[in-house]
Design a protein around this ligand. Structure first.
Ligand code: GUN
Length: 317
């Protein structure tokens, strides 16, 4: 079998178009544009790229964005006071604090200081709790994007066995809640799971979110499964590229290493997934493209709820 590659770019573009139409509708109805405040601490290059994308896409679709950048050495109290102020500002609809934060910052206290109504990452315990109880909530963007990929690619979820590898608060746990909400049967595996491959081979939908490059291989993948690769890892060794990528990608990937020092790889061995799976999301070009699109939807949803205008028209948000 040669897997259908789930091309996530058109799905992400469609969601961004829907979001832009929703903003245009708000403006036409005389409402202020949604406002998103993004907070970044330190100089992690990956965080700078992610935040840059969030700000750029916000502006493309008509969301007003603020980018607040603090030095890596900022003390916890100062950052906390800043977030509390954003939470209290009436003109701010959404707040996103880019993770990871430096060691001197108490990440949990920062995330819990965000007004849950503005928590567009869906990381506040109130939103996490509501999601786990199947109640309406602002939902973490990456797993919400996975659901959109499955639905818009006509992959059946109801009654199917979804196996998630990874138990993070950002992906694994909310992914399980969202799949349960869609009536999947859900198994969560992690680094301590005994005989992982025995469980992953039972999956109809296999979600890999463990942060280990190309860890999920042919031993874990049953024929005909849908494999969703949430991992984003860097590979800088050309020999690793030769062993991990399908032959038609090797040249392009080695060129990327020569140009940029590394190439991106997910948590799934692409060659094995393409050979065995029915559907597969590539890295790059996969789930990552949905994360920012879903952030836009969450920001609009937060803005509309705060303006008390959730209408029948916006229930898809
Ligand atoms: N770092 C990695 N993924 C995310 C995310 O989805 N949100 C935030 N705030 N930080 C991240």
């Amino acid at each position: 079998m040669s897997a259908r590659i789930l091309d996530c770019r058109p799905i992400g573009d469609a969601i961004k178009e829907e979001a832009a139409a929703e903003v245009a509708w708000m403006l036409a109805a005389g409402m202020a544009a949604p406002t998103l405040a993004v907070v970044r601490v330190g100089d992690d290059p990956a965080s700078a790229v992610y935040v840059g994308n969030k700000v750029r896409v916000s502006e493309e679709i008509g969301i007003t964005s603020e980018h607040h950048h603090f030095a890596a050495g900022i003390d916890h109290g100062s950052l906390l006071a800043f977030i509390v102020d954003l939470s209290q500002r009436p003109d701010v609809d959404g707040i996103l604090v880019q993770l990871p934060l430096p060691a001197q910052i108490n990440e949990r206290e920062i995330l819990e200081s965000i007004d849950p109504a503005k928590d567009v990452d869906g990381f506040h315990p109130l939103n996490a709790g509501r999601l786990s109880q199947g109640e309406p909530a602002l939902t973490p963007c990456t797993p919400a994007g996975v659901i959109e990929i499955l639905k818009r690619s006509d992959v059946p979820i109801r009654g199917r066995h979804a196996v998630i590898v990874g138990r993070s608060n950002i992906v694994g746990k909310p992914m399980a809640s969202l799949l349960l909400k869609e009536s999947a049967t859900v198994t969560i595996c992690h680094s301590q799971t005994v005989d992982l491959a025995r469980l992953t081979r039972q999956a109809d939908i296999l979600v890999a979110a463990i942060g280990r490059p190309a860890f999920i291989d042919s031993t874990h993948i049953n024929d005909g499964v849908t494999v969703i690769d949430v991992g984003i890892n860097k590979v800088s060794d050309p020999d690793a590229v030769r062993s991990l990528f399908p032959s038609d990608q090797v040249e392009k990937r080695i060129a990327a290493i020569q140009k940029r020092g590394s190439t991106l790889i997910g948590d799934v061995n692409q060659r094995d997934a393409i050979e065995k799976a029915a559907n597969f999301t590539p890295v790059p070009g996969g789930v990552g493209l949905l994360t920012v699109a879903m952030l836009m939807k969450n920001t609009i949803r937060a803005a509309q709820s705060r303006r008390s205008v959730l209408t029948g028209r916006s229930q898809t948000l």
